[in-house]
Design a protein around this ligand. Structure first.
Ligand SMILES: Cc1cc2nc3c(=O)[nH]c(=O)nc-3n(C[C@H](O)[C@H](O)[C@H](O)COP(=O)(O)O)c2cc1C
Length: 508
């Protein structure tokens, strides 16, 4: 006889499926013959008997339930608890995606104003895959670092040029993707730092405006907030918005890293009456934005459209895109040169970027990751002589100083992050942004869940996060001997495997 213990699930299921009705019968007889109190168990066991019979004989959708009955539900139960079990119990500190626990913890500590210094040693790889910063033999001290200042629009000499004084921008996230309390927390927090928040493509930025922070208003492909009936740009509406004191810049979104070539998407579960009104869309169905702006059918029309938005808004105007083929980016820059018309900045969004909702294939497989995309954009702009005509903003998992400094060396003038700021206000990476069930109340409009957000407290965390990032950037600059991010370049990087940064190699 074997002495090993094991569970035979088939036998256990057969036993359970027999035991449930038998127990129901026994309790019924007990209640009838011995004491009425047995019926307290008769009722639940009768319920279980009916349910189990339905699983085994009635329903047709789930083979597991047809074969195993109620025991099969155990699989679904454990599967639904899987993310939490893995996150809290089983996954190592550097295992989870998109952000592992170490990365998230660094943001949380910064947001809570706790020193994020680590001990004993790095948990990162020191093999041939990781890019590192080259420090100088002669670091400088903090007094020699220049205050960060980046004037957007200065290249065109416009009157309304905007000087960014905080290098970390809250990347576009619409009211719709985020709930109003999350938006207000971010807006209030960034206002305390003097930084900039991008509105995302959610239409009229009602809640952003409430908190008096500087804003970049984003025009997505559906042009929520500035659209005509036929989906084209409504110039008077744009001019009105641009005239608002808080709206400092306009960003035209051509594409987004998490879903390039696909328009934005707001699932119907998240469309409240107010959101429907602010965006000018119906309730009860998913809102899917067009894949592109009807005004941007080719290179000449795209460049002309950017120019038109500059003319209408009289503000600095940037474009946001994820690079698919650097040769197309080069062609776009050539067209800008041909028309002698440039956006005031370009945001390069890496394919690793986040989203409120997008098809999985797009999230996983479309677009170039940030670092090679940024490197090629910078090289193309330098080679074409266009680099001094505009600024570069980088986004794509740049939530911590270690990755941010690399982006600066690859050419970024400023960093935008969405999920870094979400984490700063308590995001736990529950990965439920599209379902209106966000457990910490950030990407939901459910009042019971939003209740968890105390705007004042969360705003303080946003400000702490920014200040701590500024502090770390300053220290990293000192280590390189550079006085400002403008002095950083590719030469400041140790890149063990340069082929990862040369996307053109793919075309040979
Ligand atoms: C919840 C959520 C909503 C977003 N909404 C928008 C949007 O409205 N417009 C946009 O251009 N990008 C949107 N993004 C993408 C971010 O702005 C950003 O480009 C991307 O997440 C990369 O930054 P990150 O890796 O720091 O999050 C969204 C991202 C998230 C997570």
């Amino acid at each position: 006889m074997s002495t090993k213990l094991s569970i035979n699930l088939h036998k256990l299921a057969r036993f359970t499926n027999t035991a449930i009705p038998v127990l129901a019968l026994l309790f019924f007889v007990g209640g009838w013959q011995i004491s009425f109190y047995f019926h307290f168990l008769t009722v639940p066991f009768l319920g279980l008997t009916f349910l189990n019979t339905y699983y085994l004989l009635g329903q047709r959708n789930h083979s597991l339930l047809r074969n195993f009955g109620i025991l099969g539900q155990g699989r679904y139960l454990l599967e639904s608890l899987g993310p939490e079990l893995r996150q809290y119990l089983y996954s190592g500190d550097t295992e989870e995606r998109p952000f592992n626990r170490t990365e998230r913890r660094e943001v949380y500590r910064k947001a809570n104003n706790i020193d994020s210094a680590a001990s004993f040693g790095s948990q990162n790889d020191f093999d041939a895959t990781e890019i590192k910063l080259r420090h100088s033999l002669f670091p400088i001290s903090k007094e020699h670092v220049l205050p960060y200042q980046m004037a957007f629009g200065e290249e065109r000499g416009i009157q309304n040029a905007y000087t960014l004084t905080v290098p970390f921008i809250i990347s576009g996230m619409s009211y719709g993707a985020l709930g109003q309390r999350a938006i207000r927390s971010l807006a209030r927090g960034i206002a305390q730092t003097g930084g900039l928040m991008n509105t995302g493509e959610g239409g009229y930025p009602k809640y952003h405006l409430m908190e008096k922070c500087d804003l970049a208003f984003q025009i997505g492909t559906a042009k929520f907030g500035v659209r005509n009936e036929d989906g084209t740009l409504n110039e008077p509406l744009l001019a009105d918005l641009a005239a608002k004191e808080q709206v400092k810049m306009i960003e035209l979104k051509l594409s987004q890293g998490a879903k390039p070539g696909k328009g934005g998407m707001l699932p119907k579960e998240k469309i409240t009456a107010e959101i429907a009104e602010l965006r000018g869309v119906p309730m009860g169905r998913d809102v899917v934005s067009p894949t592109h702006h009807s005004e941007c059918e080719d290179y000449p029309s795209a460049v002309a459209f950017i120019r038109r938005i500059q003319d209408v808004s009289q503000l600095p105007v940037g474009i946001k895109l994820c690079i698919g083929d650097p040769r197309q980016f080069a062609e776009l820059v050539s067209e800008m040169k041909r028309q002698d018309s440039f956006p005031d900045w370009i945001t390069i969004d890496g394919a690793e970027g986040g989203t409120g909702a997008a098809p999985k294939a797009f999230i996983d497989r479309v677009g170039m990751p940030l670092f090679p995309a940024l490197k090629s954009a910078q090289d193309i702009l330098l080679a074409s002589g266009a680099r001094q005509r505009l600024k570069l903003v980088a986004s794509g998992k740049l939530i911590n100083p270690g990755s941010q400094i690399i982006a600066f060396c690859l050419g970024a003038d400023a960093i935008a992050t969405a999920r870094g700021f979400m984490l700063s206000i308590g995001c736990i990476q529950a990965m439920q942004c599209g379902s209106n069930t966000c457990p910490v109340g950030i990407t939901t409009h459910h009042p019971r869940l939003e209740r968890g957000i105390i705007i004042e407290d969360k705003a303080l965390r946003v400000a702490n996060y920014v200040h701590s990032l500024e502090h770390d950037l300053e220290e990293l600059l000192c280590s390189t001997g550079a006085r400002s991010v403008k002095d950083l370049s590719f030469d400041n990087l140790y890149v063990p495997n340069e082929s990862t940064l040369y996307p053109f190699a793919n075309h040979n």
